[in-house]
Design a protein around this ligand. Structure first.
Ligand code: GMT
Length: 382
């Protein structure tokens, strides 16, 4: 226990995605540090441990009314947030993503008497500002939710700056980077490589939810250009269905070079087995998958976009290339396949950097300090 215990509500998207992974890891770490943590969402977040003392989950039931053409989640979520806040005397509601979570939290607080209103902390993970913030149908609502929050955090300096630019949001945004504490793999690296049918060839890793911003087209093109000159396998850990890309795999004649695993929960098994990561995104607020690989001394080639240069220093803990630059990706892949010593050197530096800057021990106290200051402010107001 390292801070005064607080009662904290957390809302995130529970399915596979960096923001849900981060929120789950944060909730787990907070519970282990003696806080009482209440997750509120439509589904239990997939990486949340069962039976951890102090960690609770409250499901939001969404009705299916013929009256509505589109089902509404925001209002039932706000009612559940108010109910949990009231019953468990929450000090803090920490929402990951403004849409619709921060808006629901604002509504929840309005349903409560002043003395029961928890302080609202909103964490921005990316798409809020980079995609929805630009949409005139969402931008003003996002800005309102941020202005109604007691604290706004962003997972990188780059995202904080972009939020100011896109939404014209002028209040402070605290940058708290993401963290990852790997669980020890249950099998050896050799056993996992055997399962994957990988021998001496280089194992390249890509992990993402395959959204268009991840540029899977560029990833597969790069693999196709490597195909005839270097021995390798590309392992894709897909957070969603890979089927839409099967026709590209056939067209590029990549079947024998590709291993796809969908919705993997024990990712540590595969991270330890990989030789380097390949990330081709057009935009990325942080790049949690890159950090996850770094924790296993697996360096990555990634595009120098958004918050990625805050995670990886080019030439020291990984390689960065310009966005949408096929030749640069290919040259970097040749370099890492051909030079195992360079891979090892970058991998060791990557792991040291991850441990020094992006572990729960560094990051969770920053959230605790923020909660403590906002909860205290809320008490003074009452
Ligand atoms: O990358 C995605 O499409 C998923 C998204 C999410 O909300 O889960 O990821 C965002 O949040 C992650 C955790 O903070 C970051 O590591 C990702 O970089 C960010 N994705 C984008 O900005 C595209």
């Amino acid at each position: 226990m390292s801070a005064t215990p607080l009662r904290i509500g957390i809302t995130c998207y529970p399915s596979i995605g960096g923001s849900g992974i981060l929120a789950s890891a944060l909730g787990e770490a907070l519970a282990r540090r003696g806080h009482e943590v209440h997750f509120i969402s439509y589904e239990r977040p997939f990486r949340l441990p069962d039976n951890l003392p102090g960690l609770h989950f409250h499901v939001v039931q969404v009705g299916n009314y013929e009256l509505f053409k589109y089902p509404d989640y925001t209002l039932p979520l706000s009612v559940k947030m108010a109910e949990v806040s009231r019953e468990h005397r929450l000090d803090i509601l920490h929402v990951h993503y403004a849409v619709p979570h921060a808006t629901a939290a604002v509504l929840a607080r309005m349903q409560l008497p002043a003395e029961l209103r928890p302080a609202l902390v909103t964490t921005l993970h990316g798409t809020d500002t980079t995609l929805l913030g630009r949409d005139p149908a969402y931008g003003p609502a996002i800005r309102h939710a941020l202005e109604s929050s007691d604290a706004v955090t962003a997972v990188s300096r780059s995202l904080a700056e972009e939020t100011r630019r896109v939404l014209g949001f002028e209040r402070p945004i605290e940058v708290i980077h993401n963290f990852f504490d790997p669980r020890p793999p249950r099998r050896s690296r050799a056993a996992v490589r055997t399962e994957l049918g990988v021998g001496e060839e280089t194992l390249i890793l890509h992990a993402s939810n395959l959204r268009p911003v991840k540029r899977i087209d560029l990833l597969l093109q790069t693999a196709a250009r490597l195909r005839d000159t270097r021995p390798f396998k590309l392992l894709i850990l897909a957070g969603t269905d890979f089927t839409p890309f099967e026709s590209d795999v056939r067209r590029l004649d990549l079947r024998e070079h590709l291993i796809v695993k969908e919705r993997v929960v024990d990712i540590e098994e595969y991270l330890q087995a990989a030789d380097f990561g390949l990330f081709t995104s057009d935009t990325e607020s942080f790049g949690l998958s890159i950090l996850e690989a770094m924790c296993f001394a697996c360096p990555s080639i990634s595009t120098a976009v958004g918050g990625i240069p805050e995670v990886v220093e080019n030439g020291r803990s990984g390689l960065l290339v310009p966005a949408d630059d096929g030749p640069a990706l290919l040259a970097a892949a040749h370099q890492l396949i051909d030079d195992p010593a360079l891979r090892a050197h970058l991998g060791t530096a990557a792991q040291e950097r991850a441990r020094a800057l992006f572990s729960s021990g560094n990051i969770v106290p920053k959230y605790e300090a923020l909660y403590a200051s906002r909860a205290a402010r809320q008490t003074v107001r009452h």
